[in-house]
Design a protein around this ligand. Structure first.
Ligand code: AHM
Ligand code: MG
Length: 346
């Protein structure tokens, strides 16, 4: 083997040996709370495990029979992809066996998923098992998004356990199955990113304390929806076109069509994502397991998220599958959108 290559491998080995694993990072946080029961740490670690199992299936798409749809439609009336179903089953099974969860709400299930009393725990998880799943068959990045709440009352599980405003989240995060598998999570104090080393089967801290860049490089929205936008969106989009970023390069348009991947790219490079609700109120993205967890991460990274009028995390959900408009990105840019909304209306 060439010496250069040997050195590269040695550097990778040194990196992983000297870097915190996801579990070590979680435990370090737990030690700051002497009265912690360890359930939240256990739950997060188990979400990491679910992510490993889901990514193993995603990585084999095309080799095993997981391309295409199941032939069913979900509660949203959308086509269920085979990988949606696989990701859903893996996530639910792991959560049920974790001993830390009492109930779940998922994009793929009409009603709440209850955990049997003998393995029930103190937390509630709302999740999208595979966001961006219409992109699966084209090998585009997709991901799992999750929001964790502490139960407020013991005893029988009710829908209200999951119908909580986003500001009550204790932890939120996502796992992206992209050029590598990364897990990002926040407990509100910092946003940290872990990359899965496929050889070691372990997540290692790869970006600590992520901050959302103040200036945008990228604008992400589905421009074909222009005929359905509220009045303020077009003048705002026009105001971004021809603008320069912090390095005096032109702001670019970037839209993947997987919310979680669009958000992650914007978090790393600086960008704003918009999927506004139509003037009629019709919206695409779901509050409980798409908008809220990403809003919690955005705010913890110094950004902001609104529906154009109100802070996302202050919205009171009425149903498990409520939809909302979403404007998410750097604080100043989200505030600029709010000014356009005030000036130009809906
Ligand atoms: P999904 O959870 O069923 O994949 O749907 C949500 C996805 C988001 O990831 C993405 O931002 C959006 O739908 C794209 O919608 P559109 O194709 O209308 O632009
Ligand atoms: Mg989704």
């Amino acid at each position: 083997m060439a010496l250069g290559r040997q050195l590269e491998y040695a550097q990778v080995a040194m990196f992983t040996a000297n870097t915190l694993t996801l579990t070590q990072h979680i435990l370090k946080r737990q030690h700051k709370h002497p009265d912690a029961t360890g359930q939240l740490s256990g739950l997060l670690t188990q979400i990491g495990v679910a992510g490993k199992l889901i990514q193993a299936n995603v990585r084999r798409a095309g080799l095993i029979e997981v391309w295409g749809s199941t032939g069913d439609t979900n509660v949203q009336g959308e086509t269920v992809q085979k990988l949606d179903r696989i990701a859903q089953d893996i996530f639910v099974d792991i959560m049920k066996r974790s001993g830390c969860v009492a109930a779940m709400a998922s994009e793929e299930e009409h009603e709440i998923i209850e955990v049997p009393a003998d393995s029930s725990g103190d937390y509630v998880v709302c999740f999208d098992p595979l966001d961006g799943s219409s992109n699966i068959d084209a090998n585009v990045s997709i991901g799992t998004i999750f929001a964790i709440y502490r139960r407020t009352k013991k005893g029988e599980v009710v829908r209200g356990d999951t119908l909580r405003p986003g500001h009550e989240q204790v932890v939120a995060g996502y796992i992206i199955y992209g050029s590598s598998t990364v897990l990002v999570y926040t407990d509100g104090s910092s946003v940290d990113c872990f990359t899965l080393d496929p050889g070691a089967g372990e997540y290692f801290l790869s970006r600590a304390n992520l901050r959302m860049p103040d200036k945008i490089k990228q604008l992400s929205l589905n421009e074909c929806n222009e005929p359905y936008w509220p009045k303020w969106v077009k003048p705002y989009v026009t105001s971004v076109k021809g603008r320069n970023d912090a390095e005096k390069r032109r702001v670019s348009s970037r839209h993947i069509g997987s919310l979680v991947a669009d958000f992650h790219r914007n978090l790393i490079f600086g960008g704003i994502f918009l999927y506004p609700a139509e003037p009629s109120g019709k919206a695409k993205l779901r509050l409980l397991y798409e908008a809220n967890p990403l809003a919690f991460i955005a705010e913890a990274a110094g950004g902001a998220a609104t529906n154009g009028v109100q802070r996302i995390m202050d919205l009171q959900p009425e149903g498990l599958h409520d939809r909302t408009g979403l404007v998410i990105g750097p604080k100043a840019e989200v505030e600029a959108c709010a000014r356009f909304a005030k000036e130009h209306g809906n």
